[in-house]
Design a binder for this molecule. Structure first.
Ligand SMILES: [Zn+2]
Length: 235
């Protein structure tokens, strides 16, 4: 048992080796991605690839805790890599400054699981369509203000994002309290670690919806849409 991972290796049923062998891709290193990447790296996921084309701006710093004031103007992948490699030098971690579109998403290949740490639904749909086509499971999370939602998508087993969201919401500046993004990003990391190590029950086919202002918490069960353009057709 390693010193670094001892406190998680003593969790009943926890297999560190499964994490070590895994490859996780994270799309985005902003509010959701900062928390998810910190915890996935700290937990010892063997290989992490993450993608973000942006540079650090001052307006990111209320929530994107991988990036510090001294990082303003740096590429986010460089800023994030310096912290994550220092946090855990034992893992393989690569950051790619690539803007995700329907072509460039092919660069992510076939990881064991993908984390949606994106900030818009247009790119989420690109991730969804790629993940379904290539049968890669992924965590979906989205935040607004003091609210957040989380779901685990397994292609052809659970609803995909196109089964759930029928229209693309208009792009706008979304209000976000940093801690809300941090909680949801952390929950994505928990689900990834559970999936990879086989402990517990994941949020497959369900969506957890949190309102941290009122503590109204709902977990809804969802059905696949048999007419879904992406996952409804026989293929
Ligand atoms: Zn679908």
């Amino acid at each position: 048992m390693s010193v670094r991972y001892r406190r998680q290796e003593i969790i009943k049923g926890f297999d560190q080796n499964k994490l070590k062998k895994a490859h996780v891709a994270v799309l985005g290193s902003g509010g959701l991605g900062s928390a998810a990447l910190y915890y996935l790296a700290a937990a010892g996921v063997g290989k992490i690839s993450f993608y973000d084309a942006d540079k650090v701006e001052e307006s990111n710093l209320n929530r994107q805790i991988l990036h510090f004031s001294s990082d303003i103007g740096r590429y986010k992948v460089d800023s994030a890599l310096s912290k994550l490699k220092d946090l855990n030098p034992e893992i393989e971690i690569e950051g790619y400054s690539i803007k995700i579109d329907s072509e460039s998403i092919k660069e992510i290949g076939k990881p064991d699981i993908i984390v949606d740490a994106l900030d818009n639904f247009k790119t989420r749909f690109i991730l969804n369509d790629y993940a379904v086509k290539n049968r890669v499971p992924f965590l979906h999370a989205a935040v607004e203000s003091l609210e957040g939602r989380l779901s685990f998508v397994v292609p052809f087993e659970t609803p995909c994002l196109r089964c759930i969201y029928k229209a693309l919401p208009p792009r706008r500046e979304i209000p976000v309290l940093g801690a809300t993004a941090g909680i949801l990003g952390t929950m994505e990391a928990i689900e990834v670690i559970k999936f990879l190590t086989g402990i517990g029950n994941t949020l497959k086919g369900r969506m957890a919806i949190f309102n941290f202002k009122t503590w109204d918490v709902r977990i809804i069960y969802m059905e696949r849409d048999p007419h879904c353009d992406i996952c409804g057709m026989p293929r």
